[in-house]
Every structure is written in C-alpha cells, then in structure tokens.
Ligand binder design. Structure first.
Ligand code: F0G
Length: 459
C-alpha cells in the first residue's frame, strides 16, 4: 500500500530544541556509553524512540490543568476530577491512582496472588511478570501462535490462545491460578491488538473456573481503535463504547497512564470488589501515599484526568496509529521486515532478517539499535536475546523467540519528516548490512542486565 500520512489534528505551540551531532561525535558518545543506549544522555539523541512511555507531549488543556490542580494531602479536587473521568471511561466502581504502572502491579498483584501458584497472560510485560514472580507465582504466557511469525498479517496477533488457556487451567488446577491477564495492546508481541471477542472468551473461561480476570490496560485506547477498524461488530461504535465492552469482562485492571492517557507520569488500579479495594487502599497508603493522591502530585492528577479523555479522540487516534502505518508502508516498499501488521505504539523491526549474519548471541536487535544511533542519532532498544537475562539456574545465555529492534513512537512528538529520517536511516543500514558486526557483553547484572550492561564491538 502507498504510504499515507494522516495529518496532525493539532498545531505546535512549544518546542524542545534538539542537538544535531556529527557521526564522529556520536561514535565517541556511544563508546563512552559502553555501547549501551540507556547510558547515553538524552541531549545527545536526535530522535528518541527508546519508549512511548512518559515521553508524550501534553496539550494546552493539560498544561492549564497543571496550573489548576490543587496540591492537598487529602481530598484534592483534581483527585475527584480524575476519579469521575476514570469511572466514566472504564465503568469500574473503585479506582485508585498510583504513580505508574508497576506501582499498580506492586499494590494489586500480591492481593490476588495470596496462596496461589501461577498467573497466565496473553503475554506479560516485563514489570508485570516481575511482580507476579515477586508475589510468589509463576508467570505463564499463552499468546496465539500467529504472534511468533513476524510475516503473518493477522488482525489480532495479541490475542490469548483460549484453547491453550483452558488446557493450562486444567493442567495446573484452577484453585492454583491467581489471575488471568489480557495485556491490551500486547506490547511484548509488538503492540499487537486483542479483539473484544478474545477478551470476552478469556473472561468466560476465567469465570467458568472462578479465576479473576485482569486487564493490563496501558494502551486501552489504541487497542480500541484497532477493534473499531478490524472487528465488524464495532465498526460503528465509539472508542468509549469499545472500552466499556472490553472492560466489563474484567474484575480488575492495572494501568500505566504514561502511554494512552498522554501524561508523563501516572497509573491507575480499577476493581469491582469492595473487599479488594479495601486491601488496595491499605497497600497504597503504605507504598504510594494517601488514597486521594497515590504517589502523584495534584497537578499530575489533573493532567491525567484530562489526558484520559483526550486519548479517546478518533481524529487523534487515526493520526497516531497512522504514524505506525506510514512507517510500515515505507518499510514494505523497501522490503524491510518488521512485526506485521504494524502495532499501536511502534514498529518492531525484525533484526534477525536485516542482519542475518549476526547470530543471536551477538545480539542483532541491539546491534541494529546502536547502528541507528550511529547512522542518524536515533535511540531505539532491543527486544530479543540481549534483553533476556541468563538462565537463573544454569547461567547460560537464553535465545529469545524474537530479535526485534523496537522503534517506540512517543505521542504527539515527532513529525512526518522525523519518521522519514528513521526509514532513510534503516535503508542506509540495510544497504551496508553485511559490513556490520555484533557486540559482546563485558559486564552485566544478574537481572534486567540490558539497562546497565557494558559491551564492546566485535572485530
Ligand atoms: N504494562 C505494560 C503493557 C507496559 O508496556 C508497561 C510499561 C507497564 C505495564 C509498566 O508501566 O512503566 O508505568 O511502570 N512499558 C514501558 C515500555 C516501560 O517502554 O514499553 P510503567
């Protein structure tokens, strides 16, 4: 398909100047960072695609909300504004703000995990997986097999494999399973959407066995936009109606508000059970802060209250998802492979295909990320064998099913010209791919190594 760029439904009122380094300067910066993009200074990056989380541009309405939000320990009006908007959008009786997604996980998951052994998800995001583990349960992924084939253009590659889910429940025993989670969109599989039909079926199975169902709701609006475009039943539904349909299947949700709610910091917990909410409040007071601020300042609560609604706007979502589709269409023209079709928050380039001569244990996804920095000052990250830690028992390197370089696109930040710089850089890299060499780790932490590892380029 010809690349189409849906124009921005906004104009730019404040800008953040960017430094443009030379290639020689970037080579020096990368060596000083020990070939780890997390050790680069943001000011030395031209286009920052490390994450779409907390890197969004707020609107003028949100910035005026920042001035209006009142700073009170208890009972701030911005808290009530947030709760009113969140209840309206998600249809949940009890809502608790927290400072980000992993805080929501830290507060809620141990409540569900008490006395249990397993938790099953379409795919757990890293922090959710970590909190399941910290709560004493084993996390199990149960995504549809299409997700693992980057060339298979299925509509809902983020879905739970519901047949397998039922088998797993029977195998492990319903009484041992803490929670069943749908991550929407499915970040780890490439920002791939989950259909409402799949959410309904997952919920039906969970409830048949008396297991609570949770939504990991970081990208609730982008998921709903895909549903509207791809699931016939919802072609004429509003984004809000689709969110209602999805969330009514769940007993609780955790949400990182740093994505679709278009703020720089924030999170939410939602639940229907008063008993669980009472426990959530207690844990929130211990870990996050009093119930009416939950680790957030009043101004941030107000920006979030406004952002939750702005994120539902269809003109905005068309432009937003359109940016990924534009990138994808340009890559198709060049025959550069990625997790197809494009996901909601980024393009996951198939580094295994672009750098076929680099074996997994020399980290093709990481190599491509670093090459993008050298080529054009673009910062991306590996979602592959480099990101995976060593086996905790054998200490052997583990091979990932994917070797992706994730280009996560912040919301309302970059223009069409920026996107063209990204594709042009990939084309130049592709054209000299055979000269590119992999990397070797020389220093690494036992867990979450990719954040702090030191590497050297192979000769
Ligand atoms: N769940 C999902 C699906 C996520 O993508 C993230 C964060 C979290 C939970 C945790 O939220 O960062 O607010 O604590 N994802 C970011 C990313 C970090 O880059 O994909 P958090």
């Amino acid at each position: 398909m010809k690349p189409i760029y849906y124009p921005e439904p906004f104009r730019i009122k404040a800008v953040e100047p960017l430094k443009m380094l030379t290639r020689a300067e970037r080579e020096k910066k990368l060596a000083e960072a020990n070939y780890n993009e997390f050790a680069l200074k943001a000011e030395d990056v031209y286009i920052d695609l490390l994450t779409d989380s907390g890197t969004n541009a707020m609107s003028s309405a949100q910035w005026s909300g920042v001035m209006m939000g009142d700073e009170s320990y208890a009972g701030a009006s911005s808290y009530f504004h947030l709760i009113e908007n969140a209840k309206d959008i998600f249809g949940f009786e009890f809502i608790q703000p927290v400072h980000q997604g992993r805080a929501a996980e830290k507060v809620l998951i141990p409540i569900l995990a008490e006395g249990k052994k397993y938790a099953i998800a379409n795919m757990f995001f890293d922090t959710t997986r970590a909190h399941v583990g910290l709560a004493g349960c084993i996390p199990i992924d149960c995504v549809v097999p299409e997700a693992l084939d980057t060339t298979c253009r299925a509509d809902f590659k983020g879905n739970m494999d519901t047949e397998k889910l039922e088998k797993l429940i029977k195998e492990y025993g319903a009484e041992n399973i803490a929670v069943i989670v749908e991550t929407i969109t499915n970040n780890s599989a490439g920002g791939q959407p989950v259909s409402v039909a799949n959410i309904r079926e997952t919920s039906r199975i969970a409830h048949k066995y008396g297991i609570p169902m949770m939504i990991d709701a970081a990208r609730y609006a982008e998921n709903s936009y895909f549903v509207k475009k791809r699931e016939k039943e919802f072609a004429n539904s509003s984004i809000k109606d689709i969110i209602h349909e999805s969330f009514k299947c769940a007993d609780c949700f955790t949400m990182s508000a740093k994505k679709d709610a278009i703020v720089n910091m924030g999170g939410l917990i939602g639940c229907r059970s008063k008993e669980i909410y009472d426990k959530v409040k207690q844990r929130c007071i211990s870990f996050e802060g009093f119930v009416t601020y939950g680790g957030m300042s009043g101004r941030d609560l107000e920006a979030l209250a406004i952002g939750l609604k702005e994120g539902l706007d269809e003109d905005y979502l068309r432009y937003r998802i359109g940016q990924m589709e534009y990138l994808a269409a340009r890559l198709d023209e060049e025959g550069i492979a990625y997790q197809a079709p494009a996901g909601g928050h980024g393009i996951f380039v198939d580094a295994k295909k672009l750098l076929p001569h680099i074996p997994w244990y020399q980290y093709p996804g990481h190599t491509l990320a670093l090459e993008l920095y050298l080529e054009a000052g673009i910062r991306a990250c590996d979602i592959g064998s480099y990101m995976l830690d060593r086996d905790p028992v054998t200490h052997e390197e583990q091979q990932s099913a994917f070797e992706f370089t994730r280009l996560a696109i912040p919301r309302r930040v970059y223009t069409q010209a920026h996107l063209d710089v990204i594709v042009d850089a990939l084309i130049n890299i592709r054209d000299r791919a055979s000269e590119i060499k992999g990397y070797k780790i020389v220093e690494e932490a036992p867990v979450l190594r990719h954040f702090t590892a030191k590497l050297v380029p192979l000769k």
